[in-house]
Ligand binder design. Structure first.
Ligand code: PEP
Length: 250
């Protein structure tokens, strides 16, 4: 099984008006893109249903988060079952902004991943180190500690529903992109970890995408790395250059 290129657009808490959201959808719907690329757009929760209704059918829609319970007294949360019922196929889990600003632990991220896959969603699972951790030579250790709780709760077959996003925290929204060598090294380490902790076939088939200040200018070199299977894009997913990023392999 090949690892087809995967590009996610994480709108974060943008845009602030429905009119601006519709303008973004228009740009996406009119774009000419490489048909072999899997494209997934993650708008704010409020917009997942209207986006699914108005977005071109060949692009998928993701939520930016979900809860691990299906229903109940959890004010403000959205469940995996509700997303599936709304015909949403993907969810981003463990984004660094959730881990830092909302104090999500790797164990919670693992519980959410388990629940999301059990409900029928695919998961974009984010991992990555801070600048201090990289400077201390702890990148591999940090990423493995974020992956380990997820590995504990998934079966081998579940991994076909996971895309791992390696997103160094120091590169997210900073304009400071990882070099292609840094990205390749981290991705190869993740693949080796999957091989030893899950199976060689899961390691071979799981897509590992890079996120952190990807733009039209740096995407081609990153995309050329052997273990870089796509991108998770924040800021640039709100701009027309997102189309160039989708077409980075062309
Ligand atoms: C992200 O939010 O996942 C991200 C990678 O952001 P940016 O592209 O803006 O660095």
């Amino acid at each position: 099984m090949g690892r087809n290129f995967f590009v996610g657009g994480n709108f974060k808490l943008n845009p602030t008006t429905r009119a601006a959201k519709q303008a973004l959808v228009k740009t996406l719907n009119e774009a000419t893109v490489d048909p072999s690329v899997e494209v997934v757009i993650a708008p704010p929760a409020l917009y997942v249903i209207p986006l699914r209704a108005s977005l071109r059918a060949d692009f998928k829609v993701a939520a930016q988060n979900c809860y691990e319970k299906s229903s109940g007294a959890f004010t403000g949360e959205i469940s995996p079952e509700q997303l599936v019922d709304a015909e949403i196929s993907h969810v981003i889990l463990g984004h660094s902004e959730r881990r830092t600003l909302f104090h999500e632990t790797s164990e919670q991220v693992a519980a959410k991943t388990r629940a999301a896959i059990s409900a029928g969603l695919s998961v974009i699972l984010c991992v990555g180190e801070t600048d201090k951790e990289r400077e201390a030579g702890q990148t591999k250790q940090v990423v493995e500690s974020q992956l380990q709780p997820v590995i504990q709760v998934l079966n081998e077959a579940d991994w076909s529903k996971v895309v791992i996003a390696y997103e160094p925290v120091w590169a997210i929204g900073t304009g400071k992109v990882a070099t292609s060598a840094q990205a390749q090294e981290a991705h190869a380490d993740i693949r080796a970890f999957l091989s030893s902790q899950v199976s060689p076939s899961v390691a071979e088939n799981t897509r590992i995408i890079y996120g952190g200040s990807v733009n039209a200018g740096n995407c081609k070199e990153l995309a050329a790395q052997k273990d870089v299977d796509g991108f998770l894009v924040g800021g640039a997913s709100l701009k027309p250059e997102f189309i160039d990023i989708i077409n980075a392999k062309k």
